[in-house]
Design a binder for this molecule. Structure first.
Ligand SMILES: [Zn+2]
Ligand SMILES: [Zn+2]
Length: 571
């Protein structure tokens, strides 16, 4: 039995996700919903969680004189409520403070012993802020590409991993003063010793998108350096190594292991505590990871390297779906400059399903995408309303008007060439949609779903069943029957993206719960002719054509209100 692990990169809990961040969590939800129909609910897990350790939260807590966990408790709950409102359903949305996670990380890292070496490292300390400056807390010029705003762990421009001591002209990110460097012992994970295995895996895994493979291979060709696993911060998972009692684990090393610990936690809660192994060690497992391209290095190098070094046969990632950047009206999202829309604001502007559709239509699968309100109005009015909504309305109205709300009978002897061609086209498009979902190309799947809707609308315009019924009720019935076939396939394939609206279409068709069906059913079975179906109920509404001009004002009004409801850490 095929098992499917769906994972989205753990969002950092100290900021409300913006559209570009929630896109990864939404993509995972879409994938998991598809996979459940295709492979069976019990064979799919969707895991993620809050990444809650790290220096920013430690500093914030110190400033407020509270425990870091009291801040992350609230923020974690708040994020979960946002994901609920977006209809994002996880099997388990865990957190890095979970006991299961902490225990798993500590025991996992202890088993990497032969790959770990202890070395002196020069690390920056700010004598003004009185804090060690790990990772994002030190900035400077990238020694590889010259980018002036590189961080201590990674350069945002060229994506390479960095060390604080390799930055040119380093500065404390809090006070901008030059740090002093002191020596301390750190525990390093020796990436170079798995270099060959990694290269082989990257070259032989055909499911990796090109951007992931090329980027990761180019880093390997430059030679991988040991990465330090430990940090001198207090807020984090205590390092399990002997003599490292004062240290904590670098957030990325532990958060990546969260995919496994969250699976363990999920099945333990289900009372089926060994079942996670059939996903992580089974011979027939597919895994999908949803993330932004800035996280490629962690998922295509660090995570597989750790899994390889564990000496156990963990399944390595198959599909690393790393998207390019999403821009907002041509600019990068920026909290301080208030550029963008945040995930708790969005549902107050438009219904969540509109957002799900908009984000998947704007998913940057091959190149950066630019979210604009002008384009959003077009997508909602012409694609969601005209292509999809109208098709359902037209067909159900015809069934009501000419067939007394009963599904017509298919008279095979009365099919003409157009009818036959359309009937052949349905499974063809469905196959394309299935392939898109299999490859985690969700935007492409949405295009093929729209092709299906347009096929239906074009077919009705061509055949005009309201005219032909005057001459032949059988022929008109055939056209309507075929149009109903299209709607059924469209609703099922749209379900991962628009779960509620697709269910409404199923309800109108009298078909019951979508989740009870199998992905292949919609093309393998006939319609129950003679069965009564429901009347059409409106699915979507059009936006006013100048909505794009009014939205900023609307946004500034709701923004104040939303901000008062955010927990302390997220204000
Ligand atoms: Zn760089
Ligand atoms: Zn400082």
């Amino acid at each position: 039995m095929t098992k499917v692990i769906v994972a989205s990169a753990w969002p950092y809990v100290n900021a409300v996700p913006h559209l570009g961040t929630i896109l990864h969590l939404l993509s995972g939800d879409v994938m998991a919903r598809y996979a459940k129909l295709k492979y069976g609910k019990e064979n799919v897990i969707y895991v993620s969680g809050s990444d809650e350790h790290g220096t920013p939260i430690e500093i914030e807590a110190r400033k407020r004189g509270v425990e870091p966990k009291s801040l992350t408790d609230q923020a974690h709950e708040y994020d979960k409520s946002i994901f609920d409102s977006w209809e994002i359903q996880f099997s388990n949305y865990s957190r890095t403070e979970s006991q299961t996670h902490k225990e798993f990380v500590r025991s996992f890292l202890l088993e990497l012993e032969s790959y770990i070496k202890v070395e002196e490292e020069v690390i920056p300390y700010c004598s003004y802020d009185k804090i060690f400056l790990p990772d994002r807390f030190i900035k400077g010029t990238c020694p590889y590409c010259g980018f002036e705003d590189a961080r201590g762990d990674q350069c945002d421009k060229c994506g390479r991993l960095l060390n604080p001591s390799s930055l040119v002209n380093p500065k404390c990110a809090i006070c901008n003063k030059a740090p002093i460097f002191t020596k301390t012992k750190q525990w390093f994970f020796d990436l170079s010793s798995v270099e060959d295995k990694l290269r082989h895996w990257l070259e032989s895994n055909d499911n990796l998108p090109k951007n992931v493979r090329t980027t990761a291979l180019s880093w390997i060709n430059e030679g991988l350096k040991p990465r330090s696993l430990t940090r001198d911060n207090k807020w984090g998972i205590p390092a399990p190594f002997k003599d490292a009692e004062e240290k904590t684990i670098y957030v990325w090393f532990e958060a990546l292991l969260g995919y496994i610990s969250s699976s363990i936690e999920y099945f333990a809660k289900q009372g089926n505590k060994d079942e996670w192994k059939s996903f992580w060690f089974g011979k027939d497992t597919k895994s999908y990871y949803f993330l932004g391209k800035d996280n490629i290095v962690f998922h295509a190098i660090i995570l597989p390297a750790m899994l390889m070094a564990s000496g156990k046969e963990y399944n390595l990632p198959n599909y690393i779906a790393a998207t390019e950047y999403l821009l907002y009206e041509g600019q990068k999202f920026s909290k301080s400059r208030r550029i963008g829309i945040w995930a708790d604001e969005a549902p107050r502007i438009l219904p969540p399903e509109y957002w799900r559709f908009l984000l998947i239509r704007n998913r940057p699968e091959e190149k950066d995408m630019n979210f604009t309100w002008r384009e959003a109005v077009r997508i909602i009015n012409s694609e969601l309303n005209d292509d999809i909504g109208n098709l359902v309305q037209r067909v159900l109205t015809l069934v009501d008007r000419f067939f007394n709300n009963a599904i017509p009978v298919l008279h095979k002897d009365k099919l003409n060439d157009t009818d036959k061609k359309v009937m052949e086209k349905i499974p063809e498009i469905y196959t394309k949609i299935t392939e898109d979902y299999e490859k985690a190309l969700l935007k492409q799947a949405s295009e093929n779903i729209l092709e299906l809707a347009r096929l239906g609308n074009g077919y009705l315009n061509d055949r005009k069943p309201w005219d032909i019924i005057k001459a032949s009720k059988e022929e008109a019935g055939n056209v309507i029957y075929i149009a109903l076939l299209i709607i059924r396939v469209m609703a099922l394939s749209l379900y991962p993206i628009l779960p509620t609206s697709s269910q409404e279409i199923f309800n109108m068709l009298g078909l019951g719960l979508i989740e009870e069906y199998n992905w292949n059913w919609a093309i393998d079975s006939d319609l129950p002719s003679g069965n009564k179906i429901g009347k059409y109920k409106p699915l979507f509404n059009k936006l006013e054509s100048d909505f794009d001009k009014k939205v900023e004002e609307l946004l500034s009004r709701i923004r104040e209100d939303v901000e008062t409801q955010r927990p302390t850490l997220l204000k």
